[in-house]
Write a protein that binds this ligand. Structure first.
Ligand code: AMP
Length: 205
């Protein structure tokens, strides 16, 4: 009986000892709107076989389906403002960092403020799923504006209009960029030059 158990462990690899997939990548994509978080986050997630969790996509789906959350979120999103912290924390935290999170994940767009990051860290510590790494995608502001305008024409995202683009960059600087120091303090921040092609940026990540 003991022998069989050991064999199973060896076959599944070391992670199975702590419940399956405990050593899978747990990463956060951080950076201004248009820096490539979605594109790079989904590539990274595919490469590591973990889910890519985008709160922006989740919220857009709610808006599209007209759920209660979608109706509350819609106005803030269309103006490029953030959804209230307590709402985001109440809805995404358990889902993202609860028991499911042992299998790893790439987070994109959450946490987006220091209070969200603190709540996420407390929850993650309870479940032993704190982040391994935060990739900060760095890119000059003029390139962001060009990228977002192009994306707006392609995707028809209602918040990729010239007026909201400027505002979303300001919101990033004011409310999200303090996370850079927060994650530097935890010693898990890795800065990436996000100006190259998709393949070049993926290679440096
Ligand atoms: P994104 O696709 O990440 O650019 O997100 C689109 C919009 O969804 C943002 O401009 C916010 O209005 C909202 N949003 C996404 N994630 C969050 C979050 N973690 N906290 C607050 N608002 C968010």
């Amino acid at each position: 009986r003991h022998l069989r158990l050991r064999e199973v462990r060896r076959a599944r690899g070391p992670a199975s000892r702590t419940g399956g997939g405990a050593d899978r990548l747990r990463a956060l994509m951080l950076g201004p709107p248009g820096s490539g978080k979605g594109t790079q986050g989904s590539r990274l997630a595919t490469r590591h076989g973990v889910p890519h969790l985008s709160t922006g996509e989740l919220l857009r789906a709610h808006v599209g389906q007209g759920t209660a959350l979608g109706r509350v979120a819609e106005e803030a999103m269309s103006h490029g403002d953030l959804i209230a912290d307590d709402l985001v924390i109440a809805i995404v935290l358990e889902e993202v960092l609860g028991p499911n999170a042992v299998g790893g994940f790439v987070l994109d767009g959450f946490p987006r403020t220091v209070p969200q990051a603190i709540a996420a860290y407390e929850m993650a510590r309870r479940h032993d799923v704190t982040l391994h790494v935060v990739f900060l995608l760095e890119i000059p502001e003029d390139q962001l504006v060009t990228r977002l305008k192009d994306r707006g024409q392609l995707s028809g995202r209602s918040d990729d209009t010239p007026e909201t683009i400027r505002h979303r960059i300001d919101v990033y600087v004011e409310q999200t960029s303090p996370l850079i120091d927060y994650y530097k303090g935890r010693d898990i921040l890795v800065a990436i030059d996000a100006t190259g092609t998709i393949d070049e940026v993926a290679a440096s990540i």
